[in-house]
Design a protein around this ligand. Structure first.
Ligand SMILES: Cc1cc2nc3c(=O)[nH]c(=O)nc-3n(C[C@H](O)[C@H](O)[C@H](O)COP(=O)(O)OP(=O)(O)OC[C@H]3O[C@@H](n4cnc5c(N)ncnc54)[C@H](O)[C@@H]3O)c2cc1C
Length: 240
């Protein structure tokens, strides 16, 4: 298991090694991982794109896991300047990365956790779940993952794969704007959904990440459920 010690911060040139269109609205970009770069699942980096006056920097949670030999960020495509620069990256181009940063991490320190994510907020949780699965850790994980459309769920295949390999992982997807064909759970993440899918919620540590509106909504539900602050970990994607 990774140690809790602070990871040293690095700044380095990172060539793009692979680009994956996750959904119509989200893209992953993989970068070469330097040998000396270590991080905890859930941490974020500063990504700089462009040259000279055109340089722009934004924070991104790493959607990759320390158990993987690449670094990956996954961005919701917004049509804005930085988003377009990321969308236009090609393999072999070089970006700059500084990090790792942040305390929103999980690497097996609790027996039972519940993760709550909406859309792109999944990125640090994907890192944590991939790490737990690759390392064969015994943590019991319930992920409640809400998305607007059933055909635009970032990492849907990856979570299917992880569930096959990790008996301790249960993923529940809920869709807020389902098509007629969708037979699964519908709507957003609610108090009732948590009570029904994670009835032992009082024994779980909760992780929630994403745009502030989502994180605030989850915080309110968890407070209504009577969970103390010590049982709630959050990462706010400020900037959205
Ligand atoms: C710790 C951390 C981790 C993060 N991890 C991720 C991640 O994994 N994936 C991810 O996608 N993002 C992540 N973010 C957010 C990311 O840094 C960006 O802020 C975000 O992706 C939006 O960037 P953008 O350039 O596409 O949009 P921006 O141009 O920065 O726009 C952001 C918001 O402002 C609004 N806006 C922008 N311009 C205007 C305008 N002229 N008029 C009105 N509204 C406007 C947009 O509608 C949008 O809602 C993270 C943030 C933090 C702090």
């Amino acid at each position: 298991m990774l140690s809790r010690k602070r990871m040293p911060s690095f700044e380095f040139e990172a060539p793009v090694t692979q680009i994956i269109q996750r959904t119509k609205y989200a893209k992953s970009v993989r970068f070469r991982r330097p040998d000396q770069f270590d991080y905890l699942p859930g941490q974020w980096i500063l990504l700089t794109l462009g040259r000279g006056d055109e340089r722009k920097t934004k924070p991104f949670s790493l959607s990759s896991s320390p158990s993987e030999d690449f670094l990956e960020v996954t961005k919701r495509l917004t049509g804005h300047e930085f988003s377009n620069a990321l969308d236009n990256l090609t393999v072999g181009e070089v970006a700059f990365i500084r990090g790792p940063n942040g305390n929103f991490t999980f690497h097996g320190e609790y027996d039972k956790v519940c993760m709550l994510a909406g859309g792109i907020g999944i990125t640090p949780q994907r890192s944590m779940i991939r790490y737990t699965t690759d390392r064969g850790l015994k943590t019991n994980i319930i992920l409640l993952y809400s998305n607007r459309y059933e055909d635009a769920i970032p990492f849907a295949d990856d979570f299917d794969d992880m569930q096959r390999h990790n008996q301790k992982l249960k993923v529940f997807i809920t869709i807020s704007r389902p098509s007629q064909e969708w037979k699964g759970q519908t709507g957003r993440i609610t108090k009732q959904l948590i009570e029904s899918k994670a009835p032992d919620y009082q024994q779980r540590v909760f992780y929630t990440s994403g745009p502030p509106l989502m994180v605030d909504a989850m915080q309110k539900i968890l407070s209504d459920l009577g969970l103390p602050e010590t049982q709630i970990k959050q990462e706010n994607f400020l900037g959205y």
